[in-house]
Each structure stands twice: as C-alpha cells, then as structure tokens.
Ligand binder design. Structure first.
Ligand SMILES: *Cc1c(COP(=O)(O)O)cnc(C)c1O
Length: 435
C-alpha cells in the first residue's frame, strides 16, 4: 500500500520555510542611530560618582522597566546569566551554603551558587507545570540551605503560594529566574517580582531582546545596591561609597551598553502586544492539538498568565503506540526549517534539556579548579547527591514524554499555525505507518 507520511516518502504538509524571528522595527533603528550619533556608546566608569550608574539610556531604561513591572528597582546588565550571578552574590551566598535549584532549565540558572563556592541541590519539578515542586523543595532543605532559585519555565509562573510559604518558614531567599516569562503573572503580579529578586533575559530568543542583555528587579534597596556594585567593579567602589558589608563585593563588568539600552526601551513598549499575539497564537494551536489522541498541550496554573516562551506538549506513548521521538521525527518530516536556522531543521525538540545534575560537571564533581571545589570545600559539611534517579519526574519528561516547538514566534501567520497543526493531525491519523 502507498505510504502517506512524508517520513515514508509521502508528500510534505508544507514546502515554504517558516519566517525568521524578528521583532526589530523602525523605532529601534532610530534609537540606535541616536546613540551612535552621540558618540557615547557606554557612559559607565568603574569609580564612585555619577557615571558609576551608566549613561542616559541605561538609567532611563531602568526607570521605565521598574515602572512597567511595578517594582522599586530595575538594574540593567549584559545578560540574564550575569544578572543571576549578581543576584546570588548580592544575597551573600558563600562556601558551605546550599542553594536549591531546578534540574529542568537553562544551565545558567544553576551555575551561580558554584561561582560563589556554594553547592546546588536539585529538587524535582511538577508533572503538570514543569516548575519546582514545593514538596520536593521542602525535602531538600537542610541547615545549610540559604536560597532557592525558582524558574518560571516556558513562561509559566512557579507555585508562588506554596514556595513563598516554604521560603518564609525556613528563612530562605528566593531568586526568580523569569528569563522566559516577561509579562507572565500570578494573580496580577508580574513574574520576576514574585520572589525577593528576579532576573529577565534580553537575548535574541526571548520575547523582547537587545541581542544580548538582562534586567534584575527587586523591591529591596540593599539588594539593589549590592547588585549595582557587583555589576560594576564593587571592590574599587566600596571605600568611597562607604559600604560596610564587604561580603561578595568582588566586582565584574556586567554593564549594558547605551545601544542595547536604547533598543530595550523600544522593545519594552512592544512587550504587551507581542505577548498578546503570542498567547493568542498558542491558544489557537492548543485548540487544534488537544483533539489529537496522546498529545496534551500545556495547562496554565490557576490564577496565572503564561507567557509561552515555547509551546511545551506532553506525549503519551501508551495512547499512540509509537515512541515520542519517532512520532516527532514524522511530524518534522512534514514541516520545514525556519529561515536563518536551517541547520536545525523544523524547530521541534524532544525532551528540552537533559536533567542538569547529569552534566559532567556534577557527575565528575569538577567545577572550580581541578580538585572538586566546592563539593570538597572544607566549609561544606553536606553530602549532596547527583545520582540518576534523584528527580524522577524530570527524567521521565526528558526521556519519554515532553516535546516543544519554537515555531509560533513573530512574524508567524495563521497559515503557518495551520500548517503546524496539520502536520500533527496528519501524523496522528496515519500513526499506524510508524508502528
Ligand atoms: C535564556 C535563559 C537564561 C540566560 O539568559 P542570557 O541572557 O542568555 O544569559 C537563563 N535562564 C533561563 C531560564 C533562560 O531561558
């Protein structure tokens, strides 16, 4: 019998490539030109004084960002990774401490404790929403635990009600990695502002971007001050500024340029409308995909706005009779790559990231230097484990049941969305061909 699926030699659902992701318009070009014409591409100085806080664009962006997210302080940095380091330093993490982290996130969410000589401890995540599981977090708490780094994964806010309660009860500081969740919210309060200190990313792949960049937000004056110090050579500022607490006042250069800040100001104005169309597009797709047996598009946590950085979907092999990876290969064969990212093929991926504790760094316990620091640090009395099996939910999602696509980004059209849905429907209808 003639086979229908493209993976078996049939005709593809789509021939045209998906459009290249682009949110940059006239406004950004004009703003960048203005900075270029001024000749001052960054106004920072690593000494105490007015220029310690950067130039006009950076300082204006910080005011506008704080106003937009209803938070007291916004601090521009050159990436979310830098922002996470600065936040972790600011809260005073050091050798001997443990920080609870998620194994299902970009690795950048998990590295900052190591840089400060502390030990990341992985808790499992929720099967339903993919954020840190409060029950698992509570199990991992020891007398050494100082903080939790929560992640609003895929744009879904973490379980604020339960995790914040745990943090309060055990006197832990909450760092919120909201890199994937600008504009997401819990009961009307923005992701990024749900813990003690939050971080956004402005890299190319995020909802709004400046090429590379990040923002740190907090209502806490002291933390904000300490982040600004770490951002800009703290060690040579503290004396002149009269800073008494020297903990982690080891500075970096995490400064954002005037060009990036100018772009960020334009992009911030677009966030609301970009987010609205992203949510509409994902809801449209979800309606089409949720009728397919064996697929379960994401649920939004009650009381939350999800920002859908990507569109995660759960897959059930018991229903389809075909392993996830084979099903997805068949869907990808029906579709086309995204312009400019051809080598990746159609942007659908199985599993998201490998559970982070399985990275060589944790398996071999080689992080800072060659001798096992900080796991072997004299000040560290814990016995953390990174064995396979410690977070069964994550391992199950990674190996068998989660996939996501990154195809519903501007300037995606209804026709593009229809093609994505058609590819899934077609493979589902002819799934027998894959068995
Ligand atoms: C993108 C991302 C980061 C890192 O962002 P950069 O700005 O590239 O440093 C950190 N955490 C999460 C969850 C991310 O998605």
């Amino acid at each position: 019998m003639k086979k229908i699926l493209a993976i078996n030699g049939g005709k593809k659902v789509r021939r045209k490539k998906f459009p290249s992701y682009n949110t940059i318009g006239k406004e950004e070009k004009r703003a960048v030109l203005k900075v270029l014409n001024s000749g001052v591409l960054s106004q920072y100085l690593g000494v105490w004084g007015k220029d310690f806080y950067g130039g006009e664009e950076v300082r204006t962006l910080e005011k506008e960002w704080a106003a937009h997210f209803h938070v007291k302080h916004a601090i521009a940095v050159n990436s979310a990774t830098s922002g996470l380091f600065a936040a972790t330093g600011a809260i005073g993490i050091g050798p001997g401490d443990e920080v609870i982290v998620s194994p299902y996130t970009m690795s950048a969410s998990v590295m900052p404790p190591l840089i400060y000589g502390a030990v990341p401890v992985f808790a499992d995540i929720e099967q339903e929403y993919f954020c840190l599981d409060p029950a698992s977090v509570e199990q991992r708490i020891t007398e050494r635990t100082k903080a939790i780094i929560v992640v609003d994964l895929f744009g879904q806010p973490y379980d604020v009600e339960r995790i914040n309660k745990i943090a309060k009860k055990h006197n832990l500081i909450l760092i919120e990695d909201a890199s994937q969740a600008p504009g997401a919210a819990y009961q009307g309060k923005f992701a990024g502002t749900l813990g003690d200190i939050g971080i956004f990313s402005l890299n190319y792949h995020k909802h709004i971007h400046t090429g590379e960049g990040g923002m740190v937000v907090t209502d806490n004056d002291e933390l904000a001050d300490r982040v600004r110090l770490i951002r800009n050579h703290a060690e040579s500022i503290v004396e002149a500024k009269g800073v008494k607490n020297l903990t982690n006042m080891v500075g970096f250069n995490f400064r954002m340029t005037e060009i990036e800040a100018a772009i960020a100001r334009c992009q911030l104005k677009k966030l609301k409308s970009l987010l609205k169309s992203r949510i509409n597009d994902i809801e449209y797709l979800t309606k089409r995909l949720e009728t397919i047996e064996g697929l379960r598009p994401p649920r939004v946590r009650p009381g939350c706005t999800h920002s859908f950085y990507v569109h995660p979907i759960l897959y059930d092999q018991r229903v389809t009779g075909v392993p996830r990876d084979r099903f997805i290969d068949a869907v990808k064969a029906e579709l086309t790559p995204t312009r400019g990212r051809e080598s990746w093929g159609p942007l659908i991926s199985c599993g998201y990231v490998k559970p982070l504790y399985l990275l060589p760094l944790f398996q071999k316990r080689i992080a800072i230097g060659a001798n096992g620091y900080p796991f072997t640090a004299p000040l560290y009395y814990g016995n953390v484990t990174y064995k396979k099996g410690i977070c069964p939910v994550v391992e199950q999602l990674y190996e068998y049941s989660l996939f996501y696509h990154d195809l519903a980004k501007p300037p995606v059209t209804k026709k593009d969305l229809d093609d994505i849905a058609k590819a899934f429907v077609k493979v589902s209808r002819h799934v027998k061909e894959l068995r």
